[in-house]
Ligand binder design. Structure first.
Ligand SMILES: Nc1ncnc2c1ncn2[C@@H]1O[C@H](COP(=O)(O)OP(=O)(O)OP(=O)(O)O)[C@@H](O)[C@H]1O
Ligand SMILES: [Mg+2]
Length: 374
């Protein structure tokens, strides 16, 4: 028989993956390593809820990609299965006002969205708490990426309503977990005094994973996601090293998936170094892409303007921006501050000859990379 030139090559319907889904962002891993002490702290805080009592509040902090959201998902998976406990995780990047947060809570409790015609916050709040009391349920709310509530100046009001629900509604039992990945933000200090006095959370810190931890976690993912032999130990080491340099596990997971797709494109049944090299540039910009995805239209517009006017004075940038958006200077300044806090731009005071001090806006990333992803 003649030798098949295609031997050792993938055909169209063949794949290097066993289960590509394990590389997607919403996947909750089966094994969750290296976070035992953090999980213990959170379990300790939430335990009273299982007995029908108000849990302790908790605060989760740590850089991006360190397992904070996953920890909450794992815990809520267990806790939500208990009768008498209702768990709700709110993604504050998308729901960044008090009203939006309570709409999510309403939806979780009633299984449908609140009327879009718009009811007052008070009504929304009353319906939520009345239902909880009626059902004798303890509510545990995780405000994930709570830093976004701070950027919008909504954090204190939101927390105030949640933490004092039992005062306005006898019998309401609510516990709160705050999750923040902005290490420059001092959550407690930034809250109003009236909220500070009732918020004394248990704290869990999620440090970045070191290289060995990354290798073990990515190893699990490779086993679950790739066919046997598709990814060698050496290749896994290389990906782990790259991931440790980036400091975010998500980069490694994304890199594995992209490298797998790249290998398939070459019809190779094995993922090689060249596949990793070919896609690593894109994986590196994962943070940037994620941050940009969460922006509103006006915020994106400002990113575009700054990309075209990198390093210019805030006043001059505003001239261009206002032509595009009709927004006033106050709102403009708010957006500048938010983008600054998100590390997308830098807004720094510089003395200008004869003109006093003015802020100068510059991009934190390469303008080309930003434009490409907007
Ligand atoms: N210990 C772990 N074991 C397995 N997978 C993990 C672990 N920690 C994190 N991951 C995975 O890494 C990715 C990022 O984790 P996660 O979303 O929980 O991070 P995060 O701390 O919430 O990040 P961010 O602050 O950016 O929201 C997810 O795909 C998650 O499944
Ligand atoms: Mg998260």
């Amino acid at each position: 028989m003649a030798e098949d030139p295609e031997e050792g090559m993938l055909s169209w319907d063949e794949t290097v993956f066993r289960d590509e889904h394990v590389f997607e962002i919403d996947y909750v891993p089966e094994v969750f390593r290296h976070r035992e002490s953090q999980l213990q702290t959170l379990q300790y805080a939430l335990r009273p809820a299982v007995r029908g009592n108000r849990p302790l509040n908790a605060m989760v902090r740590g850089p991006p990609g360190t397992g904070k959201t996953t920890a909450v998902q794992k815990l809520f998976g267990e806790l939500g299965a208990q009768t008498g406990v209702r768990t709700v995780r709110v993604n504050c990047q998308h729901d960044s006002t008090r009203y939006a947060v309570f709409s999510r809570i309403f939806e979780a409790i009633f299984d449908y969205e609140p009327p879009s015609s718009g009811i007052s916050f008070k009504k929304l709040f009353n319906q939520v708490t009345d239902k909880l009391v009626e059902r004798e349920e303890v509510l545990v709310v995780a405000l994930d990426d709570v830093n976004y509530l701070f950027y919008e100046n909504e954090a204190s009001d939101t927390l105030y309503s949640l933490l004092r629900a039992h005062e306005t509604h006898a019998g309401a039992k609510v516990g709160v977990i705050l999750v923040s990945s902005d290490l420059d933000l001092n959550v407690i200090e930034e809250l109003d005094g009236r909220v500070q006095s009732v918020f004394r959370p248990e704290e869990a810190y999620f440090p970045v994973y070191d290289r060995t931890e990354i290798a073990s976690i990515l190893g699990d993912r490779v086993k679950a996601g790739f066919r046997d032999g598709a990814v060698s130990t050496e290749l896994l080491d290389r990906v782990s090293e790259f991931t440790a340099d980036a400091g975010d596990l998500r980069v490694g997971i994304d890199l594995l998936r992209r490298a797998g797709l790249h290998a398939e494109m070459r019809a190779s049944p094995v993922v090689e170094e060249e596949d990793v090299d070919a896609v690593s540039e894109e994986a590196k910009h994962l943070h940037l892409a994620r941050r940009l995805d969460g922006l509103t239209e006006n915020e994106r517009a400002l990113m575009e303007v700054v990309a075209d006017h990198d390093g210019e004075r805030a006043g001059d940038v505003y001239e261009v921006f206002s032509e595009r958006t009709d927004l006033g200077y106050t709102r403009y300044t708010e957006i500048v501050n938010k983008l600054d806090q998100l590390d997308l731009i830098r807004a720094e005071y510089e003395s200008l000859e004869g003109r006093g001090r003015s802020r100068v806006l510059s991009l934190e990333h390469d303008p080309g990379a930003v434009r490409e992803r907007l």
